[in-house]
Write a protein that binds this ligand. Structure first.
Ligand code: AMP
Ligand code: FE
Ligand code: FE
Ligand code: ZN
Length: 280
């Protein structure tokens, strides 16, 4: 068996369903050698994950999935090995996390017109210190009996083109790539062409991220069709970018399995060589 590397998973520090230590043990049990913890706009799970890593026998790569905007489209940027105390990056993450709360409250007000739901219902679903997101609204809708799972909640009520959707503040993705670089990290664009999630950006926009210092594209992602993966491999070659693969595992919140998509050891080595700080 080769080395198994999964560079994008979520814990209860954002919208995953497993606490960081449990997630790391699950990663080891799934046979992974390296797992990157990439919670939405948060590094709060890092300490627990790295403490669990040595015992579990798996290497944890610290990361974050930064919610950004590019040409009016929501895009996600994976930042690996950033300095979590870099003031500029910290300020952006904190501002986004703060506005996510206001945005979720606003969405609850809109949803409550048609489906019984209160802010307390949502709070009951948000683990301590977690980045609040639509998946927690989904969990509250499940608890109320309006839907059976997160997938149905997104399909029927929470989707980004629906009547209840409210955007939250997010940094421009070009600025976010520069911030990740100045915080000593490496930036990879998450699921760049996942059209089923909503609008996606143009190749030209991805080119601008490359010019700003982007290192890679997450072509192998459960939400990408084969044609989208092929297009991204071509684009990566044209732009001189690396190609990664990851599961985007969220515990029981999504069907994605740990290690469902993986990154090659050579690619990981190339990514690590671009970071200012050594891994691990
Ligand atoms: P937000 O960041 O608050 O806008 O919520 C987006 C998050 O919802 C994504 O990061 C996904 O993890 C999650 N999500 C989107 N669609 C689904 C779905 N169909 N089932 C479960 N989770 C989803
Ligand atoms: Fe998520
Ligand atoms: Fe994402
Ligand atoms: Zn993700």
């Amino acid at each position: 068996m080769g080395v198994l590397i999964d560079l994008h998973v979520h814990s209860t520090a954002s919208d995953g369903t497993q606490p960081p230590a449990e997630l790391v043990r699950a990663a080891a049990a799934a046979g992974l050698d390296v797992v990157a913890l990439t919670d939405h706009d948060s590094t709060a799970g890092w300490a627990e994950a790295s403490a669990a890593a040595a015992v579990a026998g798996v290497q944890v790569l610290p990361g974050v999935e930064i919610s950004c905007r590019l040409d009016g489209v929501g895009v996600h940027l994976l930042g690996y090995l950033i300095d979590p105390d870099h003031p500029g990056l910290r300020a952006e993450l904190d501002a986004t996390r703060d506005d996510r709360v206001h945005r979720a409250r606003r969405m609850v007000q809109l949803i409550a017109v048609d489906h019984a739901l209160t802010w307390d219902d949502v709070l009951a679903q948000v683990p301590d210190g977690a980045t609040v997101g639509r998946p927690h609204l989904a969990d509250a809708l499940i608890a109320r009996g309006h839907v059976v799972d997160r997938d149905e909640a997104f399909a029927r009520i929470l989707h980004s083109r629906g009547p209840y959707h409210v955007p939250h503040r997010a940094p421009d993705a070009v600025d976010a790539v520069r911030l990740v670089r100045s915080a000593g990290g490496v930036a990879v664009m998450a699921h760049p062409l996942a059209a089923r999630r909503g609008r996606v950006v143009t190749d030209d926009a991805i080119g601008r991220l490359a010019d700003a210092g982007l290192a890679g594209l997450e072509a192998d992602h459960p939400d990408h069709l084969p044609a989208e993966r092929g297009h991204l491999r071509h684009l990566a070659r044209d732009l001189g970018l690396l190609v990664t693969g990851s599961s985007d595992y969220h515990g029981s919140g999504k069907p994605n399995r740990l290690g469902q998509e993986t990154t090659t050891p050579d690619t990981l080595e190339a990514l690590l060589s671009l970071a200012a700080r050594p891994a691990g």
